[in-house]
Structures are given as structure tokens and as C-alpha cells.
Write a protein that binds this ligand. Structure first.
Ligand code: AMP
Ligand code: GLY
Length: 421
């Protein structure tokens, strides 16, 4: 089979590595991929947002199956376009991707179908939002409605910060049209859990749980990032909690999307907070998470391509989705300065024997040499029988990466290990 994966980050590299395990996968194209993944895929310089070029490439190269991984092309209807052209795909259509691309839609869906989430109000005028904030309890959480590169959420500790956030998003249009509407919601506390789940529109099969580390620096300090490391499974997510989530969140969400005429097919990402009043949804994503995917897929024992095709064909109920009992840890190395300004172009060397454990993201090629080319540059993963060993091995591996413009957190997995004790 000829496969194509749309996207070019660490998540896409992890998907490609897993797809490669299927012996029928004769060639895997990455559009656009990145220079670091060139030994696992054929990288094609087609942007993940150029839907015309993606469809043209898929037809001209007789692609048998296509995986659309990032949120932007999903929201723009990449799967709809490919399916119209007769190419089977993994990923939701645009009408279902809305569960991520509009927070107002997601929150309203949860309210309508009584899926547990933070209490909230929606505003489409800055004046009304500011007036509401005069008496709202603090801290509070302000979210731009649309996609904002993971930066559209502000936790305001006090009224001044809340006013500033509303003005930035709604008046100064910091995120453009994504800020035409906002959600202001209740501030929740508790451990966070990421659960990725395969859904074929009817059946939902969750993957092993994981824990992201979103802040840039140790001790959960610094700015929010796309994610600086992950561990799986998440020790806070017990079997009992998993059962509650299945009954109160996962199944109701899939049924709600169906009832709305937006069947969700693909990977549905549940960002959960385990509050004192039970698990609640913090966010939905319509795709695999990054770097969650870099710990979750290596633990998957079932064949990824087979499961993805079952999702596409609506036969997930009959398909086994099995995970190892081991633990995994992924440490992300990012360019110094990320998530703010950073330089690119620093030479990067990863020992050959570590390439099977390394997923490249912001990696580029200059004069035949691998160099840094983005914020998050690579993720190094390790599996072991215990989480403590997985963490140790992942760090032993990432220390062998040679580059003078990278940093990584030193405490990935620490909170999970403390929870286990
Ligand atoms: P998001 O960009 O939606 O992933 O949100 C970023 C982070 O903001 C989440 O991972 C949470 O840590 C935090 N967050 C979002 N919503 C809330 C909330 N209602 N209460 C507390 N923290 C939140
Ligand atoms: N790691 C969080 C995300 O993929 O959205």
C-alpha cells in the first residue's frame, strides 16, 4: 500500500514509525514531513494547508490511504476533499473537526448533552464580557473561540488580567477572527489527563492514558508550550476513573456528535481534569496530541494501520486495540528561547542507534547537515517495565543528542512518579 501522512511534526513522525510496522506499507509519504524523518518516510514539499496540492499529489501518486494529522487541515476540510476524490482517510470531516476548531461549539455541545465540563458563558461582544467580569469569581479562564496555535487560553488570576485578556483577544484581535467570540469559564483544579481514543462514529476505543507537561520550564513554570514531554500511562487515571469517563464523557460525546449529524471518525483527544467533583472535559482535540502520541503509539501492540482502516470502515467494534503494560516517557528538546523568539540553523547530531526512539519535529537540512528548524526540535522516547526506568532511559538518550542551541526540562515524569509513591 502507498500511504500518505499529512503534517510535519513529532506526532506525524510517531505515526509514520508505527505505520511502518505493517508489512503491507510499501511506501509512506510525509507532506511535508521534515528533514529528520527522511529515513522513515519520503518527504514531499507540499504544505499541510494546501488542500488542492494534497489532493493532486494523492491522485497522481495513487495513494491508497491517507492520515490527516494536524488540526488546521482537518478544520479546513482536508478529509472531505480527499474522500470526494475517492481516497480513504483517517481523520474527521470538517463538520466533526469543529469539536476542536470552535470552543463555543464544544462547550455548547457539552451543555446540551450534559457532559461534565467547567461552567461557562459565551460572549461575542467585548463590552458584555467586560461587564460580566466585574462580578465573576477569580481566578477565571478566558478562551478564544477558534484555533490559536494552542495559545488562546488565558488563566486570569485577578480582574485586571481578565480585562486585559478580553481586550487583547476581542478588541486587539490578537488571534484574528478566532477571537470574535470567547468563552469565559470556571477555573478548575485537579490532575490533568490526556486520553486519545479511536472513534468510528459509533464505537469508541480509548488508548492508554498519558500526562503532558505543558509549561516550558521545570516545576511547571514558564510559558505554556505545545508540550515539553509526556509519560504514559497516567497514574492518576485509575481503572475506576476510566470507567466513569467512558460512561459520562467518551460515549456521550460520540453519541452527541452523531445526534448532531457530525459523526466523529478519527482520533478524538479528551483533555480531562480530575476534579473533586469527578472528571471534567477541559478541551477536545480532533486529532492525536503531540507529544502524547510519542508515548502512546510505542505502547500500542495492535497494528495501527489495521485499526485506522477499521475506523474508516466503521468496523472498530470488531477490531482489537491492545496496549502493552509497560510505561513510556518522552522528553522534548526545544530551541533555546521557545516558545518565544529562538534561532534556527544550529547543527544537530543524534547517534544512529538512537534514531528508532527519536521523533523529529523542527528539524531542517542545510548544506547536507541536519540543523534545528523550529521550536520543538525532537522528542526522545523510552519504554520500560517501570515508569522510573522509562524516565531514566529517556534522559540517558536525550543527553546523547549533540546541539548547542537546545534545552529540555529535567523533571518530565516527576509528578507521575510522586503520585505513584
Ligand atoms: P488548552 O489550550 O485548552 O489545552 O488549555 C491550556 C491549559 O489551560 C490546560 O491544559 C489547563 O491546564 C488550563 N485550563 C484550561 N481550562 C481550564 C479550566 N477551566 N480550569 C483550569 N485550568 C484550565
Ligand atoms: N499536547 C497537547 C496537544 O497536542 O494539544
Amino acid at each position: 500500500m502507498k500511504l500518505a501522512v499529512i503534517g510535519g511534526g513529532g506526532r506525524e513522525h510517531a505515526i509514520i514509525k508505527k505505520l511502518k510496522e505493517n508489512p503491507t506499507a510499501e511506501i509512506i509519504y510525509a507532506l511535508p514531513g521534515n528533514a529528520g524523518m527522511a529515513q522513515d518516510a519520503v518527504c514531499v514539499p507540499v504544505s499541510a494547508s494546501d488542500l488542492d496540492a494534497i489532493v493532486r499529489f494523492a491522485l497522481e501518486n495513487a495513494i491508497d490511504y491517507c492520515v490527516v494529522a494536524p488540526d488546521d487541515p482537518l478544520a479546513a476540510g482536508c478529509v472531505d476533499r480527499l474522500e470526494e476524490a475517492g481516497i480513504p482517510c483517517f481523520g474527521p470531516r470538517a463538520n466533526a473537526a469543529r469539536i476542536e476548531s470552535s470552543k463555543v461549539f464544544a462547550k455548547s455541545l457539552m451543555k446540551k448533552y450534559q457532559i461534565p465540563t467547567a461552567r461557562f458563558e459565551v460572549f461575542s461582544s467585548a463590552r458584555d464580557a467586560l461587564q460580566y467580569l466585574e462580578n465573576a469569581p477569580m481566578p477565571t479562564v478566558i478562551k478564544a473561540d477558534g484555533l490559536a496555535l494552542g495559545k488562546g487560553v488565558v488563566i486570569a488570576q485577578n480582574r485586571e488580567e481578565a480585562f486585559d485578556a478580553v481586550r487583547e483577544i476581542m478588541e486587539n484581535k490578537k488571534f484574528g477572527k478566532s477571537g470574535d467570540s470567547i468563552v469565559i469559564e470556571e477555573f478548575l483544579t485537579g490532575p490533568e489527563v490526556s486520553v486519545l481514543a479511536f472513534c468510528d462514529g459509533k464505537t469508541v476505543k480509548p488508548m492508554v492514558s498519558s500526562m503532558d507537561h505543558k509549561r516550558a520550564h521545570d516545576g511547571d513554570t514558564g510559558l505554556n508550550t505545545g508540550g515539553m514531554g509526556t509519560v504514559a500511562p497516567n497514574p492518576f487515571y485509575t481503572d475506576e476513573i476510566a470507567q466513569v469517563c467512558m460512561e459520562t464523557i467518551f460515549l456521550p460525546t460520540v453519541q452527541a456528535m452523531n445526534a448532531e449529524g457530525r459523526p466523529f471518525k478519527g482520533c478524538l483527544y479528551f483533555g480531562l481534569m480530575l476534579t473533586q467533583n469527578g472528571p471534567k472535559v477541559i478541551e477536545y482535540n480532533c486529532r492525536f496530541g503531540d507529544p502524547e502520541t510519542q508515548v502512546v503509539l510505542p505502547l500500542m501492540e495492535s497494528d495501527l494501520l489495521t485499526v485506522m482502516q477499521a475506523v474508516t470502515n466503521g468496523t472498530l467494534a470488531d477490531c482489537e486495540v491492545k496496549f502493552s503494560q509497560k510505561s513510556a516517557c518522552c522528553v522534548i528538546a526545544a530551541s533555546k528561547g521557545y516558545p518565544e523568539e529562538y534561532e534556527k540553523g544550529a547543527p544537530l547530531t543524534v547517534p544512529k542507534e538512537l534514531l528508532p526512539y527519536c521523533c523529529f519535529a523542527g528539524a531542517a537540512e542545510k548544506n547536507g547537515v541536519l540543523v534545528t528548524g523550529g521550536g520543538r526540535v525532537l522528542g526522545m522516547t523510552a519504554l520500560a517495565d517501570t515508569l522510573s526506568d522509562a524516565v531514566k532511559i529517556a534522559y540517558a538518550r536525550i543527553r546523547q543528542v549533540k546541539c548547542d542551541n537546545l534545552f529540555y526540562r529535567a523533571d518530565i515524569g516527576k509528578r507521575a512518579l510522586n503520585a505513584k509513591e
